[in-house]
Design a protein around this ligand. Structure first.
Ligand code: JHZ
Ligand code: ZN
Length: 408
């Protein structure tokens, strides 16, 4: 291990080596170029000193999140609905109005801030991908095309005063210097302001063997214990902890300057301690799931192909690239990948080179590997015509399930 802990600088120990993986959101215009995508070591580690679970190294942020970064949150109606509900809840609970200010880091295509803007509440987005930042502005959300960090916070002079609500959804786990990021948040936040962070929960990664959530964009794999330590290093305190069903099971942690009594915090810390969550034995579950699926999934696909089934995949998701690469599945086994996001269609997945196509092509398959298993309910509902027509599904996680096609 060459790198040291992003929180305390302590030494890292290896928990799971996923080999060399391409950058999961780096799509290519040709299959040939996609197959030659550069591969980088992907190693899940744990700090021996503070127990934070993290990768030992990642490429720089402008390589991980380049101008053609394709992920757009609004493509998923579940995410959009959850963002709308959260905005409504915050507007009510915090009595937000025309004098308030809501700031979101990595605000993507505006799927979250738009609901505040529609309610007449001043917003500010910060989003490094220029095309996504432009989409925010088109929705009436001021947005700076930049990476949020302490330096950004230091140079920003809001016309509106200090920040009442800061949102960081799926970004705290993505930054190489989370303490710097949180210091930036602390600097902006009003004395009574709150910051909400969402991230896939390490407890669920372990409980459900979600090894495909490990990729270079995710530097840290957070538990309540680790988030509390990160917040503490930046002078912030946990005020509330909620579980939310997004992305395979996430946590929403609310933090602020004031140490409001948070009874939940003690309970969560005790529970994580009892589960020995941030230890190598607990992380072994990811190794087990990785080893099991990389044998069983290719076997399941081979058996279906031997029956003459045309196998496709659904979702050019980041986690899908990890699943395909881990299992050695590519163009020889899978015909194409369907994805709703127009920015992904016509391009090719890094590594396998699989072509990404629109939903109309689903009818050509009689078996579909669901790579975005986290959106299973929404996708099954949207694609019910395919299933009614006798099409089958392979769901890799949380348990490998094969729903065989009903046509022969
Ligand atoms: P989805 C991304 O991971 C990347 P991914 C990122 N690093 C991150 O942290 C997590 O999100 C939070 C498509 N889709 O959400 C849209 C349909 O085609 O599981 C997406 O391309 N039809 C920022 O990429 C993909 O599937 C549908 O009906 O693993 C889903 O990707 C739905 C619901 C989605 O995240
Ligand atoms: Zn550490």
């Amino acid at each position: 291990m060459t790198e040291s802990c992003v929180l305390c600088g302590g030494p890292l120990e290896l928990a799971l080596d996923l080999g060399h993986m391409p950058l999961v959101d780096g799509l290519y215009d040709s299959a040939e170029a996609a197959r030659q995508a550069p591969r980088h070591p992907l190693r899940l580690c744990r700090c021996r000193a503070c127990a934070l679970v993290q990768l030992d190294a990642t490429p720089p942020r402008d390589v991980l999140f380049p101008p053609d970064y394709p992920y757009a949150s609004s493509v998923s109606s579940g995410l959009l609905a959850s963002a709308r509900a959260h905005a409504g809840q915050l507007i009510r609970d915090r009595r937000l109005g025309r004098d308030s200010l809501v700031v979101e880091a990595a605000c993507n295509d505006g799927y979250q801030l738009r609901w505040f803007a529609e309610a007449g509440i001043p917003t500010q987005g910060i989003e490094p991908v220029p095309a996504l930042a432009a989409r925010c502005r088109a929705l009436g959300v001021p947005c700076d095309a930049a990476f949020f960090d302490a330096a950004w916070a230091a140079q920003w002079t809001p016309g509106q005063g200090a920040v009442d609500v800061f949102l960081g959804k799926n970004v705290l786990a993505h930054v190489a210097d989370p303490v710097d990021f949180l210091r930036g948040v602390a600097r902006l936040l009003a004395p009574e302001g709150i910051a909400c962070f969402e991230f896939p929960y390490l407890g669920n990664l372990i409980a459900h063997g979600q090894f495909d959530t490990i990729y270079h964009e995710h530097r840290c794999y957070l538990s309540v214990t680790s988030v509390q330590a990160l917040l503490d290093a930046a002078g912030l305190c946990v005020q509330r902890i909620e579980t939310i069903p997004l992305h395979g099971g996430s946590l929403r942690v609310t933090a602020g300057h004031r140490a409001d009594a948070c009874e939940d915090l003690r309970r969560w810390l005790a529970c994580e301690h009892d589960r020995a969550l941030n230890t190598l034995p607990a992380l072994d579950a990811l190794q087990t799931s990785f080893a099991r699926l990389r044998t069983r999934l290719p076997e399941a696909v081979a058996a279906l192909r031997a029956e003459g089934r045309n196998v496709a995949a659904y979702a050019a998701a980041a986690k899908g690239v990890v699943m395909l690469e881990a299992c050695g599945l590519g163009c020889a086994e899978i015909a194409f990948v369907v994805d709703r996001n127009p920015a992904k269609q016509g391009r090719h997945l890094p590594g396998s080179g699989l072509p990404i196509v629109g939903e109309t092509r689903l009818a050509e398959a009689d078996m579909v590997l669901l790579l975005a298993w986290n959106h299973a309910d929404e996708i099954f509902h949207e694609q019910r015509a395919y299933t009614r027509g006798g099409g089958g599904w392979i769901i890799p996680l949380p348990e490998l399930r094969v729903m065989a096609p009903r046509r022969s």
